[in-house]
Structures are given as C-alpha cells and as structure tokens.
Design a binder for this molecule. Structure first.
Ligand SMILES: Nc1ncnc2c1ncn2[C@@H]1O[C@H](COP(=O)(O)OP(=O)(O)OP(=O)(O)O)[C@@H](O)[C@H]1O
Ligand SMILES: [Mg+2]
Length: 224
C-alpha cells in the first residue's frame, strides 16, 4: 500500500508536486502527464529517492522520511535508461552485485542469479558483456537486478521509452505476470491499457484518477 497525504515537493524555486493526497492499494497503477508535470518526482517519492517538502508518504506502513533505507530495500526502482543501472561487466555479475549485502553463500548467489536470468530469458547471456546486450535485453537485465531482491513494490519510470514494439510488448506481458504491486510512469499509453488505475498529473497536481480509458481520455483532452 502506498499513501500520500497532502504532499508538496519544492525543488529550487519550483513547486513540483502540490497537495497530492492519494491511496494506492491497486496492483497495477499507471502515471501519465505532460513533460515536467512531476511524474518522475512522484515515482521517486515512493521509494524515498525524493522526500516531501511537506506532507507524508507512507509505503508498506513506513514513513519514507524516517525509513528511507528500509523502504529502498523493499521497493525496487527501474530507471528509463538501463545503462544508468548496469554497473558490472557481465550480465551474471551485474545481477549478483545486487545481492552483495545479503550475506548469502557464493552458491546461493549463483543459484538466485541463474534462476532470475532464466525467468526473464537471459540465461544464455549470463557470461556476456552487459554492454553487448540490445536495448530491450538491457532493460530485462536491469529488471533482473531489481527482481532478484524480491521487492514488494516495483516502480518503473518510463520502462519502454527506449524499446521497439516487440520489446515494449514483452515488458507489458511481463508486468501482467508480476505478483508485485507495480507503479509505472509512462508516455506509452498502450502499456497502461489494462492497468487497474491511472493517475494523470498536470503541473504538479492529480487532475484525473480513474480506470485507464477515462484517465487516458482526460489526458488526451488536456494535451489537445
Ligand atoms: N532537482 C531539481 N531542481 C529543480 N527543479 C527540478 C529538479 N528536478 C526536477 N525539477 C523540475 O520539476 C519538474 C517536474 O520534473 P519531473 O522530472 O518530475 O517531471 P516528469 O513529469 O517526469 O517529466 P518528463 O515527462 O519530462 O520525464 C520539472 O519542471 C523539472 O524541471
Ligand atoms: Mg520523468
């Protein structure tokens, strides 16, 4: 469960989010809106990467201001650009790097890495250089490195922006199958078509909050 209570975020001279109050129990929540409307800031609030200037953000019952470290362990975050998230030379090493602080044996790390790579279709690439992967495969690798930590919530900021239609569909299918709660910021409206709920942000406020068809309709209207 994700709850925001009268949240304001001020960055420099700008009110980036203004008076956001929302509870999100749904499994798949989309966030859309114009460039600069505050979507990424909203996403970053959920895992404590951004802090409210006032108001409260509560995730899994924890206040993100006081428990940022605990929240970051339970809320996985995927950036638009997987290169920003890939840190180790090979695919398997990159996933293993996520587990470095878990106190697991080498065998257990190896087992979990192989399991997650197989789940997302990257097993044959385990020993390949990560920078040789295609854009879509890199996105899957970034996802593996997050999912191996078994987060309770997954937040994605424009996960399909760099992907072709086939890889976008792959991500959409994948999201459908995830057991976790997912919050997805996207300009890819098709990705959100079967979500449970879609929020529309405009100039730092929620201006629509509905099922996808109605929310996307509202977004189209304000953008035209
Ligand atoms: N660190 C910062 N300092 C000052 N202003 C910032 C900072 N980070 C973001 N902003 C401003 O906050 C506003 C919202 O930014 P945000 O990245 O949340 O928008 P967005 O909806 O994700 O946009 P996009 O669709 O382009 O990704 C923008 O006007 C941006 O310039
Ligand atoms: Mg953004």
């Amino acid at each position: 469960m994700i709850e925001l209570a009268d949240v304001h975020v001020r960055l420099g001279q700008r009110d980036v989010l203004r008076g956001i109050t929302v509870s999100l129990p749904e499994r798949r929540v989309g966030v859309i809106g114009a460039n600069g409307s505050g979507k990424s800031t909203f996403a970053r609030l959920i895992n404590g990467l951004a802090r409210p200037s006032s108001g409260d953000v509560t995730v899994l019952g924890l206040d993100t201001r006081r428990h940022a470290a605990r929240i970051r362990r339970r809320v996985g975050f995927l950036f638009t650009d997987p290169d920003a998230q890939i840190v180790m030379p090979t695919v398997a090493e990159d996933v293993a790097f996520s587990l470095r602080r878990k106190g697991l044996s080498r065998e257990e790390v190896e087992h979990r890495v192989q399991e997650v790579l197989a789940r997302y279709g990257l097993r044959e690439h385990a020993d390949h250089p990560a920078h040789h992967l295609s854009g879509g495969q890199k996105q899957l690798l970034a996802l593996c490195s997050v999912m191996v930590l078994e987060p309770d919530i997954l937040v994605m900021d424009e996960p399909t922006t760099l992907l072709d239609l086939r890889h976008s569909r792959q991500v959409a299918d994948l999201l459908r199958g995830l057991p976790q709660q997912v919050v997805v910021v996207s300009h890819d409206l098709a990705l959100l078509e079967d979500f449970d709920r879609v929020l529309v942000l405009d100039q730092g406020r929620i201006v629509a909050d509905a099922e996808p068809e109605a929310a996307i309709g509202h977004y189209r209207k304000i953008m035209s």
